[in-house]
Design a protein around this ligand. Structure first.
Ligand code: HEM
Ligand SMILES: *[C@@H]1O[C@H](CO)[C@@H](O)[C@H](O)[C@H]1NC(C)=O
Ligand SMILES: *[C@@H]1O[C@H](CO)[C@@H](O)[C@H](O)[C@H]1NC(C)=O
Ligand SMILES: *[C@@H]1O[C@H](CO)[C@@H](O)[C@H](O)[C@H]1NC(C)=O
Length: 214
C-alpha cells in the first residue's frame, strides 16, 4: 500500500473490507463506527449508550457511482433483515428486504422504519450517502443483532451496477460482486449524543422505501 493512501482523509479507499472504525460525517456531524470497502462502499452505525431495551440505531450507507449498497443486520443473507440503497440522480432510495433463497431479496414488511436525516443524505461528485434513523430495526426474532450483543457480525454486499428500475425502491438488484461478514464492536458505535442525533430525523419513508431528496 502506498504511503499516499494513508494520507488521504475522509472515506479513504483501503483494500477490501476493513475493521469498522470511528468516522464523523462532515455534513451531519454524526459519529459512526464505519465499515469501508475499497470499492467506495461504506456502512456505519451509531447507537445509544444504554443498550437495554433499545431497538433503534442511526445508520449511514453509501458508495461511489450508481450501484447498490446493502447490509444484513443479522450477518448472513438468508432469513435476515436486509437494507438496500442506491442513488438516483441527486436522490437516494432505501428499502428493507428479506429472502429465503439466494435471489434478489423482496421488500420486507414489519414494525421497522427508515427516517432520513436530511443533512446526512446527499450525492456529491464522488459518493452518495444515505443517513437515517432506523426505528424498531433491532428485532428479537434472530433476523438482526440483539440490543445487548457486544460484537455481532453484520453482512455487507455491493454491486457497482445500478438496479434495473432505479426509480423504484422495490427494484430487483443484480447479485453482489463483493460480499461478506464483518464483526462490529458495538461499544465503538455508542454515543451519549445518540438522542440528539436521532432528533435530526424527519418523517419515516413509506414501507416500500422511496427516493429522498438530499
Ligand atoms: C440477485 C441478488 C442476489 C443473489 C443471487 C445473491 C446470492 C448470494 C449467494 C449465492 C451467496 C453465497 C456466497 C456466494 O456464493 O457468492 C450470497 C451471500 C451473501 N449475500 Fe447475497 N445475493 C443477492 C443479493 C443480496 C443482497 C441485496 C444482499 C444485502 C442487502 C445480500 C447479502 C449477502 C451477504 C451479506 C452474503 C454473505 C453472507 C452469507 O453467506 O449469507 N445478497 N448471496
Ligand atoms: C463526498 O462525500 C463523501 C462522504 O461524506 C466524502 O468522503 C467525500 O470526500 C466527498 N467528496 C467530495 C469531492 O467532497
Ligand atoms: C437503561 O434502560 C433500561 C430500559 O429502559 C432502564 O431500565 C435502565 O435503568 C437504563 N440504565 C441506565 C444506566 O440508564
Ligand atoms: C444537521 O442538521 C441538524 C438539524 O436537523 C443540526 O442540528 C446539525 O447541526 C446539522 N449538522 C451540521 C454539521 O451542521
Amino acid at each position: 500500500m502506498k504511503l499516499a493512501t494513508f494520507l488521504t482523509s475522509g472515506l479513504a479507499a483501503f483494500t477490501a473490507a476493513q475493521t469498522p472504525a470511528p468516522y464523523t460525517d462532515p455534513k451531519s456531524g454524526i459519529t459512526f463506527s464505519i465499515l469501508q470497502h475499497s470499492s467506495g462502499y461504506f456502512f456505519g452505525l451509531a447507537l445509544p449508550t444504554n443498550a437495554t431495551g433499545s431497538t433503534d440505531f442511526i445508520a449511514t450507507i453509501g458508495g461511489k457511482g450508481t450501484g447498490w449498497s446493502g447490509v444484513s443486520l443479522g450477518g448472513a443473507m438468508l432469513g435476515k433483515l436486509l437494507i438496500v440503497a442506491w442513488p438516483n440522480g441527486q436522490s437516494v432510495l432505501g428499502s428493507f428486504r428479506k429472502t429465503a433463497t439466494h435471489a434478489s431479496p423482496a421488500i420486507a414488511t414489519g414494525p421497522f422504519t427508515q427516517s432520513p436525516i436530511a443533512n446526512g443524505t446527499y450525492v456529491n461528485s464522488t459518493h452518495w450517502t444515505y443517513t437515517f434513523l432506523c426505528s424498531k430495526c433491532i428485532q428479537p426474532d434472530k433476523t438482526t443483532f440483539l440490543p445487548t450483543d457486544t460484537s455481532p457480525s453484520l453482512g455487507y454486499a455491493l454491486n457497482a451496477a445500478a438496479p434495473p428500475q432505479k426509480t423504484n425502491p422495490a427494484s430487483s438488484v443484480a447479485k453482489h460482486t463483493s460480499q461478506g461478514q464483518v464483526v462490529f464492536d458495538l461499544s465503538k458505535a455508542r454515543s451519549g449524543r445518540f438522542e440528539e442525533w436521532a432528533g435530526y430525523a424527519g418523517v419515516p419513508v413509506a414501507k416500500v422505501g422511496r427516493g429522498f431528496e438530499g
